[in-house]
Design a protein around this ligand. Structure first.
Ligand code: ADP
Ligand code: MG
Length: 234
C-alpha cells in the first residue's frame, strides 16, 4: 500500500504560560493512497484542530505532515496556498454555500481555482442534483445543500478530501445518503478521504479507523471487513 499522508509527532497548544492547553499530544499516523479513513473521537478531543492542520489552515507547534513527497511545514506561502487550493477539498458541518449563487454556480466556484477540474455537469449528475441545478441554496434541503458543498470540494479533483462532521446537522436517512455519496466519490475518483465524526457507526464503512482521545491516538486500525454505507445503523 502506498502511503499518501504521514503525520509525525504533531503537537498543538493554545494559550500561553500557565493557561496553556495542549490540544494535540504527539499525534502520529499514516494513511494509504485512495483510502477512506475515519477520525473518531468525542467532542473536544482535537479532531477539528488536527484536520485544520492537515488542511493547511492552521499550524502545529511541533511535528511534521508529509503528503506524498512534500512536507507541509517547509512550504512557503505560495506553495501552501497552492496546496490548499488545488490539492485539498474541505467539507464542513455547515455547508457554507454562497446564497445568491445556484447549485451549478456554487460548484463552479471550486472548479475556477483548479488546474484540471472535473466536468461540472457530470459531477452534478453523480451528486444526484441534476434536477436542482438551477436552484439557490435556500430552495434545497440540508442534505441537498451538503451534496452541493461536497460537489464544490470535489470538483477540483483534490488528492485529499477532508470532511469535518459532514453529517452532523443531518437526520439519519439523509446522513446515510451523504455517507453513500462519499463512498461513491472515493470509488470513482480515488481521492483519499479523511472524515471526522463522533458517530462510531460510521467507522464500519471505513478502510482505516483512527481514534482520538484527549489529543492522543487511542487506536489505529485497518478495517478488513468494511460494510457499505447503506448497511450502517445507529
Ligand atoms: P473536536 O473537533 O474534537 O471537538 P477541537 O479540535 O475543536 O475538538 O478542540 C479541541 C480543544 O481545543 C478544545 O478544548 C477547544 O476548546 C480547544 N481549541 C480549539 N480551537 C481553539 C482556539 N482557536 N483557541 C483556543 N482553544 C482552542
Ligand atoms: Mg470539531
Amino acid at each position: 500500500m502506498k502511503t499518501f499522508l504521514k503525520v509525525d509527532d504533531l503537537r498543538k497548544e493554545y494559550g500561553y504560560g500557565d493557561s496553556v492547553q495542549r490540544v494535540l499530544k504527539d499525534v502520529g499516523f499514516s494513511l494509504g493512497q485512495s483510502k477512506f479513513c475515519v477520525l473518531l473521537g468525542p467532542s473536544g478531543s482535537g479532531k477539528s484542530t488536527l484536520l485544520n492542520i492537515i488542511g493547511g489552515i492552521d499550524a502545529a507547534n511541533r511535528g511534521t505532515i508529509q503528503i506524498n513527497d512534500s512536507i507541509l511545514e517547509t512550504m512557503d506561502d505560495k506553495h501552501l496556498t497552492e496546496y490548499r487550493r488545488k490539492h485539498v477539498g474541505y467539507v464542513f458541518q455547515m455547508y457554507n454555500l454562497i446564497p445568491n449563487l445556484t447549485v451549478t454556480e456554487n460548484i463552479e466556484t471550486g472548479a475556477f481555482i483548479a488546474d484540471d477540474p472535473l466536468d461540472v455537469n457530470e459531477l452534478i449528475k453523480t451528486l444526484g442534483l441534476w434536477d436542482h441545478r438551477d436552484k439557490f441554496p435556500n430552495q434545497l434541503s440540508g442534505g441537498q445543500q451538503q451534496r452541493v458543498s461536497i460537489g464544490r470540494a470535489i470538483v477540483k479533483n483534490p488528492s485529499l478530501l477532508l470532511c469535518d462532521e459532514p453529517t452532523g446537522a443531518l437526520d439519519y436517512h439523509t446522513s446515510k445518503e451523504i455517507l453513500a455519496l462519499n463512498e461513491t466519490i472515493n470509488a470513482r475518483y480515488g481521492n483519499t478521504i479523511l472524515m471526522v465524526t463522533h458517530n462510531e457507526a460510521i467507522c464500519h464503512m471505513a478502510d482505516h479507523i483512527i481514534q482520538l482521545h484527549d489529543g492522543m491516538i487511542r487506536d489505529d486500525t485497518i478495517n478488513h471487513g468494511k460494510v457499505s454505507a447503506e448497511k450502517l445503523e445507529w
